[in-house]
Design a protein around this ligand. Structure first.
Ligand code: FCB
Length: 465
């Protein structure tokens, strides 16, 4: 008999995001999002890839739910494309857009899979970006109206409502380094965006609970960073502290504690005076969280250098691209130490143990879920199979890390593999594959990778033995 590492009520899930899988960008009244504009701008996405077709999930969602059923997962974390609901980010709801997600949620429920809905996974209606985007305060209020529409339409079909996915990426990659949509490089705007995302989170949860009741299960997903000092020196420790303030405290503070940390305000004083924070905002940003979602992939190592000496602040969908833009111009990141994934990210499962136990200690009693974890490797389809031993290793090591964190007392109740299937990996287009399931983009055929079979075993038995 195998000895399950996890109890039967532990949630095993898979995760995706609307723009990364849906395609059908002009169907049924969907308006353009900032990712449509960005991906169609030459030079922004590798190989000129766009989400126009992606996994064609908008037409193949039934097959994709069948796959999840077969995998035996208990939950599916997906996001709603705001521009399918409100083509221009405001005004009455588009019924066809709502119907798509209603049908999806109904089918999931029929199969015993809990719908875990993310309201915003980066596809802002382009019309709202044209009016200023996240650096504009009004966007938070538009978001609250959108949240109310979803709550009213989808109501008790949804198990968990997640306000935002990784606002860090939206604020810093979207508005500081510009490697994500809308591709702006305006440091002060990035910090204003961060605040307005915090505000949107608060207003959104208020709107959902006003519609569905105070005990509605609500969350946010943050990509909390594990940044370690390169050495024990005070300078390097301070460099790590500075990056953690910009990366983590800027969201944890307002959302969980109703404040912005003093060191964050000081470190960014050259960039902005934070006058966009209005009286009362921090009461709104702090709403009771039923569960905190944490996305984890890797760690980074920071050190302090003299002004003008940084050489490793490369751009990208990692930790390092944003910092010089928002005041951390004397922090340098070390080159990641192998083994690396295809993203160039280092593999350090201990980071996940530390992150989960550290967060549990800081917020006693707060339920935690790992809402994304996974790895990209260059997969090869051979004879209807994909042998991906490195991804299997990554999965095993990180599941072990979750088990360790739980054994140490961290109340982690779920794990969502990123991703159900290969998809549009933002600025990397289709050139990076994170799926449990391989997608042949020429035929849209889905093929289970070896890791999918491993995950099936885990979801069914709670054990990897
Ligand atoms: C996360 C994103 C997700 C995916 C993974 C690899 O930052 O939330 O959409 O791109 O990284």
């Amino acid at each position: 008999m195998s000895n399950p590492l996890f109890p039967p009520d532990f949630t095993w899930g898979t995760a995706t995001a609307s723009y990364q899988i849906e395609g059908a960008v002009r169907d049924d009244g969907r308006g353009p999002s900032i990712w449509d504009t960005f991906s169609h701008t030459p030079g922004k996405v590798l190989n000129g890839d766009t989400g126009d077709v992606a996994d064609d999930h908008y037409h193949r969602w039934q097959e994709d739910v069948d796959i999840m059923s077969e995998l035996g997962v208990g939950a599916y974390r997906f996001s709603v494309a705001w521009p399918r609901i409100q083509a221009e980010g405001k005004g009455p709801a588009n019924q066809k857009g709502l119907d798509f997600y209603k049908h999806l949620a109904d089918r999931l429920l029929e199969r015993g899979i809990k719908p875990v809905l993310t309201l915003y996974h980066w596809d802002l209606p382009q019309a709202l970006e044209d009016q200023g985007g996240w650096p504009a305060r009004d966007t938070a209020f538009r978001y609250a109206e959108y949240a109310a529409i979803l709550a009213k339409a989808l109501g008790d079909r949804i198990d968990t409502w997640t306000s935002l996915n990784e606002p860090w990426c939206t604020a810093y990659l979207g508005y500081a380094s510009g490697v994500h949509a809308p591709g702006r490089t305006e440091p002060a705007a990035a910090l204003a965006a961060a605040h307005h995302l915090n505000l949107a989170h608060g207003l959104g949860l208020q709107a959902i609970r006003a519609e569905l009741g105070e005990d509605t299960r609500c969350s946010v997903t943050l990509n909390l960073h594990v940044v370690r000092p390169a050495t024990d020196s005070d300078e390097d420790k301070d460099a790590a502290r500075q990056i953690l303030a910009l990366g983590n405290e800027i969201f944890l503070g307002p959302m969980l504690e109703g404040r912005y940390a003093a060191d964050l305000l000081e470190d960014t004083a050259k960039v902005t005076d934070w006058s966009f924070v209005q009286p009362g905002d921090l009461d709104i940003t702090r709403q009771p969280l039923s569960v905190l979602g944490i996305n984890y992939y890797s760690t980074s190592y920071a050190r302090r250098v003299q002004p003008g000496q940084t050489s490793h602040n490369t751009g990208g969908h990692g930790d390092t691209g944003f910092s010089p833009w928002v005041g951390a111009d004397t922090v340098e990141f070390l080159d990641p130490k192998p083994p690396l994934t295809h993203m160039g990210w280092n593999i350090e499962p201990q980071g996940l143990v530390d992150l989960l136990t550290g967060t549990a200690k800081r917020y006693p009693g707060l339920e935690l879920m790992v809402t994304e974890n996974g790895s990209a490797f260059p997969d090869v389809l051979e004879d209807d199979a994909v042998h991906d031993p490195k991804r299997q290793d990554y999965l095993r090591q990180h599941i072990q890390a979750v088990a360790e964190a739980r054994a140490a007392g961290a109340p982690v109740t779920g794990y969502f593999a990123w991703s159900l299937m290969d998809n549009f990996e933002w600025a990397w287009g289709y050139a990076r594959r994170f799926g449990l399931v391989y997608v042949d983009y020429t035929t849209q055929r889905r093929v289970w990778k070896d890791t999918a079979f491993l995950y099936q075993k885990l979801a069914r038995t709670g054990s990897l033995d």
